[in-house]
Design a protein around this ligand. Structure first.
Ligand code: 5AD
Ligand code: SF4
Length: 458
């Protein structure tokens, strides 16, 4: 990439519009929204669709693949053929910024700001410097400080994310998260209840609690009594207009009997659980430092199904972890056959610099990984389609989230997180944020089709 020299905008010329491009996990989506809210507070506004923004924030993900390389090609695209005055000011945020901040500053002079996931509350100060032509890097990790420094939320959509916990102390040998997001921290109970109340007052009907290890969340309620995630969920369920609560992502070892019981007892807690297992082989799980066995995982799912028989299960899988044999991979296939996931995510192992697995012997050739991924995904797709097909002929509640592409078409989610679309010919009956009842008449692998049976249940 041919470098162009900073500053990106003429000195003392503040950017007026911004665009935040978030990659990767839902926590990055949440962080991206919060960065946007901060820039709004600075008097800026989001660039409209198709319009060039004065400031572009690339909110990056480092979990797999050559994420860093992608950043350089994005930067190249943003600056290509543009004069220095026309090129946007660029900030790199997120986990690649945390892991490779100095390198980015060296390699990409077009970047004015590099800010890690725990430091983005300082973006306004960095922006002041950038406007004066000074480049700034901040990859400190004062996670709690960040949340208290962020402006009050103004998001107005039927569904919202709420980060309750960040970081991870598990150190799975393939994973960068403990290095990029830092040690586990839980946000205080009271802060979370008030952020949730604010979200509901501005229209949220569903809140998804986020954390790299969300079920490790812990805090104290207003009476000083220790609470786990189930205590937080029970308190949130008391917010009258909040209809649905979800949480992601969990680790099998942080499940408590209280959280399992909450699935049986709290109606607003949706019957859906995303619980990564990564592999069905105990030898591989040990090499991954997952600290659980395949059997332990299956027993936990049994308990979840006993608490909530209709629960939809989801998972994450990695194929081709260093040293994974064909027989070990087949153990993963057998686990899938046993669980019958409603949906799942599967990935080829990607060596992450600085993680123990990256330097392990017996790295698996790409062709073998490709073949295993294909075979695993064939089974997962089979089960996802079967799960959706089993809904046909039944009715379910849908939270209406957005308009579809065609006139009169609405999209939303079932309690089991299936995408549901239905027609409302007159545009008359359903509204954004409504809970409606639909009869499911058809199913595909990625969505189901419904017919409106009853509008506005609440
Ligand atoms: N290679 C491939 N997949 C990975 N994941 C995390 N690190 C890696 C890696 N190095 C997957 C895991 C995790 C999900 C968020 O991403 O399955 O659960
Ligand atoms: Fe990464 Fe393992 Fe922590 Fe999940 S539990 S964030 S995979 S280290």
């Amino acid at each position: 990439m041919k470098p162009i020299t900073p500053p990106r905008v003429a000195p003392n010329e503040r950017p007026q519009t911004y665009r935040v491009k978030s990659f990767g996990c839902q926590m990055n989506v949440y962080d991206g929204e919060r960065m946007g809210e901060m820039l709004d507070e600075q008097g800026m506004s989001a660039a409209s669709e198709g319009e060039d923004a004065d400031l572009v924030v690339l909110n990056t993900c480092h979990i797999r693949e050559k994420a860093a390389e992608k950043i350089y090609s994005d930067i190249g695209r943003l600056t290509k053929g543009k004069t220095q005055k026309k090129a946007p000011m660029i900030a790199v945020a997120g986990c690649v910024a945390q892991a490779e901040g100095e390198e980015i500053m060296k390699r990409a002079p077009a970047v004015s700001m590099v800010v890690g996931p725990q430091a983005y509350h300082r973006l306004p100060d960095m922006l002041d410097k950038a406007v004066k032509g000074e480049r700034a890097t901040d990859t400190d990790m004062p996670a709690i400080a960040k949340f208290s420094a962020l402006p009050v939320r103004k998001k107005r959509t039927p569904t919202a994310f709420l980060t309750v916990q960040e970081g991870c102390d598990k150190f799975c040998t393939y994973c960068v998260v403990p290095y990029t997001r830092g040690a586990e921290i839980s946000r205080p109970f009271g802060d979370l209840i008030s952020e949730a109340q604010g979200l509901v007052e501005s229209g949220a009907r569903e809140i998804t609690l986020l954390g790299q290890n969300v079920n490790a969340w812990g805090g104290e309620n207003e009476k000083g009594i220790a609470q786990g995630l189930d205590g937080l969920i029970r308190q949130l369920a008391k917010i009258p207009k909040l209809q649905r609560i979800r949480y992601t992502t969990s680790h099998p070892n942080d499940f408590t009997p209280g959280l399992i019981a909450a699935h049986a007892e709290v109606d607003k807690l949706m019957p859906y659980l995303h619980l990564p297992v990564q592999s069905g082989s105990d030898r591989v799980l040990k090499a991954m430092n997952r600290q659980h066995t395949a059997e332990g995982y299956l027993r936990l799912l049994e308990q979840m199904r006993a608490a909530r028989p209709d629960i939809a299960l989801s998972g994450d899988f990695i194929v081709g972890f260093p040293g994974e044999t064909e027989a070990e991979f087949e153990e993963t296939l057998s686990l899938v056959d046993e669980v019958r996931y409603a949906q799942a995510y599967s990935f080829k192992y990607s060596p992450r610099p600085g993680t123990p697995a990256a330097t392990m012997d017996n790295q698996i050739p790409r062709e073998v990984m490709d073949d295993r991924l294909q075979r695993l995904q064939a089974r997962l797709n089979r089960d996802q389609l079967a799960f959706n097909a089993a809904s046909v002929g039944k009715s379910c509640t849908v939270l209406v989230e957005r308009k579809g592409k065609l006139p009169g078409q609405w999209l939303g989610k079932s309690p089991w997180l299936q995408s549901v679309w239905f027609a409302d010919e007159e545009w008359g009956e359903a509204e954004l944020g409504d809970m409606v009842e639909v009869d499911v008449i058809d199913a595909g692998a990625n969505s189901v089709q419904g017919v409106l049976r009853q509008a506005a249940l609440t």
